[in-house]
Design a protein around this ligand. Structure first.
Ligand code: NAD
Length: 171
């Protein structure tokens, strides 16, 4: 059995993440989604709490009948990049390979002698947390950048209002 690890901040879960999840699940039997930077929330860059991000990911996985193949874990950051892969290993179940499009994540796991598989990111201009948050600020449509179930939950969380208020207190 092969199990992959996929780390992300999911601020919010968008169609680029969806593309990556599909890509991984076509190649691996099981997947660990590690929600990173779980200590951060209610900032412009990291508006959602870890709990909200996990709720969104779980609702999305349920809607796709994927909860028997995916484990969701929380991983706070540490102030030591070299040590970080071992920190991650201490917090999540066993995995065989790390999938990522994030160069730093790939570099750090490679340096720790853990197999990595690079994902080529898709439509990064739109499918990117920063781009979505900027669209909200400009009053542009953004819902098409996230799966419909995610858009519904974000609406309930008043995500747009949160982004606009956080932008005003951005340093
Ligand atoms: P992210 O949500 O931006 O991206 C998560 C994953 O999705 C990445 O692999 C990315 O390549 C992929 N992705 C994003 N957009 C995509 C697209 N359009 N098409 C296909 N794939 C796409 O999260 P991130 O910032 O990459 O998450 C890395 C996490 O690891 C962060 O929480 C970071 O803090 C953490 N980290 C921590 C340390 C430390 O604590 N020292 C070190 C390195 C990384």
């Amino acid at each position: 059995m092969s199990r992959a690890l996929f780390v992300g901040r999911f601020q919010p879960l968008h169609k680029g993440h969806e593309y990556a999840l599909n890509y991984i699940l076509e190649r691996e039997e099981e997947l660990i989604i590690a929600v990173g930077s779980t200590q951060d929330n209610y900032t412009f860059e990291n508006p959602l709490t870890a709990g909200e991000r996990i709720e969104i990911i779980w609702a999305y996985l349920k809607s796709r009948n994927l909860t028997d193949r995916v484990i969701v874990c929380a991983v706070p950051d540490i102030n030591n990049n070299y040590v970080w892969p071992r920190h991650v290993k201490s917090l999540v179940p066993h995995f065989d390979v790390v999938y990522s499009g994030n160069e730093l994540v790939l570099m750090l796991f490679e340096a720790a002698n853990i197999p990595v598989h690079k994902i080529v990111e898709k439509n990064r201009d739109e499918y990117q947390g920063t781009a979505i948050r900027q669209k909200i600020l400009r009053g542009e449509p953004w819902e098409h950048c996230v799966p419909p179930i995610v858009a519904n939950i974000l609406k309930k969380l008043k995500f747009e209002e949160r982004i606009k208020r956080l932008a005003k207190i951005k340093k």
